[in-house]
Design a protein around this ligand. Structure first.
Ligand SMILES: *Cc1c(COP(=O)(O)O)cnc(C)c1O
Length: 351
């Protein structure tokens, strides 16, 4: 069985051993106010800072999912005068905007084209004190937003929130360029689904303390007050935290992982550039994703590939929305090996 599904995705093979160690260690029954838990929590966040190059003064919080973060961003980081601007070109950015807009009517959508390189000139805020929301890697169509876009906006007073669900842990992210970053663990982190990470800059935390949303179980100030004690605001997914801790101990720094992922992405785009019936969905190389490769072709060819892949025991990502019948997606997540990518290319070449 080979899976290239972009989430839930292939888990690292080490997870098998970690799971059995977790059971044997007794960690699965610990109380989340105990010193054992606080130690686990502290060690895990410390390793995340170290291995993912997260600045020391950024706060890392354990939440249930990226979807939960969509709500937290709107609830806890928007003051009574704040407007939010959501920039997106695909299904995940759209869903984020839809939830945000239900919660707060001062959210606005700005939709850009698949092949467009989002630039500061399109965004330029005339006033400060606003929230700008981006999906760094749009999992549904295999595009990404480059970090220089965030840098230009994140002047003091504006907050930039970034959904990095399908890139965090896979490619290097310059955390200094935005205030709020989030992801869940079942994509580039190669772990079983069931937990999310919310990463907040000192400026982001200051603003949230000032907004002082306390209406929700997951209001930022309450989560932060717990995390200062290395605790969580609810009984957490201790198993997932433990798996993350073990994984971070074993993995190399994300800079090294990122080099491999980016060169594998280049290999895929070169391969597709030469293929007779398939090509990258995204024609502008600058906005192509490194971690999710979207492939397009004639409807009949794509249907055929899905059928043959299933027979061969290969799981591909289905197309999304408008691209449902004419695309498929390949996860280029770190748990998937170079050899597995070669096997998939062999399969596609023999089709
Ligand atoms: C998968 C995904 C989500 C949703 O993640 P959950 O863990 O299901 O909440 C959000 N945003 C992006 C970009 C994703 O790829």
């Amino acid at each position: 069985m080979l899976t290239f599904y972009p989430g839930p995705s292939k888990v690292y093979p080490q997870v098998k051993q970690y799971l059995s160690d977790a059971y044997d260690s007794g960690i699965l029954s610990i109380n989340h106010r105990s010193s054992e838990f606080m130690q686990l929590c502290q060690q895990t966040t410390q390793l995340l800072h170290q291995k993912l190059n997260i600045p020391a003064d950024y706060t890392i919080l354990f939440v249930s999912s990226a979807t939960e973060c969509w709500e937290i961003v709107t609830q806890s980081f928007m003051g009574s005068q704040t407007s939010a601007f959501h920039f997106y070109n695909g299904a995940f950015g759209q869903k984020w905007y839809d939830f945000a807009n239900q919660l707060n009517h001062r959210c606005r959508a700005s939709i850009f084209d698949l092949n467009n390189q989002l630039g500061f000139h399109q965004i330029r805020p005339t006033t400060t004190g606003h929230l700008f929301c981006f999906t760094q890697n749009e999992t549904s169509n295999g595009t990404q937003v480059r970090e220089d876009v965030f840098r230009d906006i994140a002047k003091p007073g504006n907050l930039v929130a970034v959904d990095a669900t399908s890139s965090l842990g896979g490619i290097t992210l310059d955390f200094l360029q935005a205030d709020i970053w989030f992801a869940s663990v079942q994509k580039c982190l190669g772990l079983p689904a069931g937990m999310g990470l919310l990463i907040v800059s000192p400026q982001g935390a200051d603003i949230a303390r000032h907004v002082n949303d306390r209406e929700h179980y997951n209001s930022f100030p309450l989560m932060e007050e717990n995390m200062i004690k290395n605790q969580t605001h609810y009984t957490p997914n201790v198993l997932s935290i433990y798996l993350l801790m073990r994984l971070m101990q074993d993995l190399e720094n994300v800079t090294e992982i990122s080099q491999r992922i980016r060169s594998q992405a280049t290999e895929w785009y070169q391969y597709l550039g030469q293929h007779t019936s398939l090509k990258p969905l995204v024609s502008n190389p600058w906005v192509r994703s490194d971690t999710v490769i979207a492939v397009t072709g004639q409807k009949s060819a794509i249907t055929d590939i899905h059928q043959q892949a299933e027979k061969a025991g290969i799981t591909l990502g289905r197309g999304y929305g408008n691209w449902k019948d004419t695309t498929f997606r390949i996860a280029n997540f770190p748990a998937i090996t170079a050899d597995e990518h070669t096997q998939l290319r062999t399969f596609l070449s023999e089709m």
